[in-house]
Design a protein around this ligand. Structure first.
Ligand SMILES: C[S@@+](CC[C@H](N)C(=O)[O-])C[C@H]1O[C@@H](n2cnc3c(N)ncnc32)[C@H](O)[C@@H]1O
Length: 235
C-alpha cells in the first residue's frame, strides 16, 4: 500500500529539517536496503533485514507523520549494551517501542529477559515480527500492534529500548505514560538519540555513561527526584 500523505509529509520534514543532501542519501540507502539480506537473517532463517519507509505500510495512527522508517539494530551492539547495564534479565522486562520486524525481541529473549514486549504500529512489520518470534519458538516474547504513545508500561524492573523511532511529540507522551511506572530499576536505552533533550530534562531519569562498545547508544536510568543530579547542581 502506498501512503502518499505520509510520503509527502516525510519528504517535506526531512527537506525542512535536514536539507536536500540527506534526503537524497535516504532515498539511495532505501534503494540499496531493498536488495540486502543480512547475516542475522541468513543464520536464523528470520526476516528482519532491509529498510521499510512508513509510506509503504498500513498504519492507523495520527502519529505516523512523527515516525521513522524501519531499520534494524545490530545484534552485537544491543548485546554489548545489555551486558554493560548489568541488570538481572530474568527478573526484568525488555520493551522495544517501535520494534519493527522484531530483531531486538529475538536478541533480548535469547539474552534471558523474563518477558519481552515489542510495540509496533505498522501492520506489516508487526505481522513479520510475530512470525519471526513463532519461527524462533520464543514464547516469552510478544508483539503488540499499537501506537507506542498508547502503551501502558508494566511495573517492576524494565529496559526500554528505542532506536530513533519517533520525534518529540510521541516521546513526550511516552514519558508521561512512563511516569507512573518509574523506579530505580528502569533503564532507557536509546540508539541514535535524536530527542535526547527530552530525556535529559525528564525529572525521573538521569543520564548514564555510554557503553564503550556501543557509542551511538544513549543510556538513562530511573531515579527519584531527591537522587537526581541536575547539570546545574554539578556545576
Ligand atoms: C528505526 S526502526 C527500529 C526497529 C527496531 N526497534 C530495531 O531496533 O531493530 C523504528 C520503528 O519504529 C516504528 N514506529 C515509529 N513510530 C511508532 C509509534 N508511534 N508507535 C509504534 N511504532 C512506531 C516504525 O514503524 C519502525 O518500525
Amino acid at each position: 500500500m502506498l501512503n502518499v500523505r505520509i510520503l509527502t509529509e516525510k519528504v517535506a520534514r526531512v527537506l525542512a529539517e535536514e536539507g536536500i543532501a540527506p534526503l537524497c542519501r535516504r532515498a539511495l540507502s532505501h534503494l540499496r536496503g531493498q536488495r540486502e539480506r543480512d547475516p542475522f537473517d541468513v543464520e536464523n532463517g528470520t526476516e528482519t533485514s532491509g529498510l521499510e519507509p512508513l509510506w509503504k505500510l498500513s498504519i492507523d495512527s495520527p502519529n505516523a507523520r512523527h515516525g521513522e522508517r524501519y531499520q534494524a539494530t545490530s545484534p552485537q551492539e544491543l548485546v554489548s549494551v545489555l551486558e554493560y547495564l548489568g541488570v538481572d534479565p530474568a527478573s526484568s522486562t525488555f520493551i522495544d517501542l517501535g520494534c519493527g520486524k522484531g530483531r531486538t525481541l529475538i536478541v533480548a529473549a535469547r539474552f534471558g529477559f523474563g518477558k519481552v514486549i515489542g510495540v509496533e504500529f505498522a501492520q506489516e512489520l508487526a505481522a513479520t515480527a510475530q512470525a519471526n518470534l513463532v519461527s524462533q519458538r520464543l514464547d516469552n516474547a510478544v508483539v503488540l500492534r499499537a501506537d507506542a504513545a498508547e502503551f501502558t508500561f508494566p511495573p517492576g524492573s524494565k529496559v526500554i529500548y528505542l532506536y530513533n523511532p519517533f520525534s518529540e511529540q510521541v516521546l513526550a507522551k511516552v514519558l508521561d505514560n512512563l511516569r507512573a511506572f518509574r523506579n530505580d530499576r528502569l533503564y532507557v536505552v536509546y540508539k541514535s538519540p535524536r530527542c535526547a533533550r527530552l530525556l535529559d530534562e525528564c525529572d525521573f531519569l538521569q543520564r548514564h555513561e555510554r557503553a564503550p562498545r556501543a557509542p551511538h547508544i544513549g543510556i538513562w536510568r530511573g531515579v527519584t527526584a531527591e537522587a537526581r543530579v541536575t547539570p546545574e547542581a554539578v556545576a
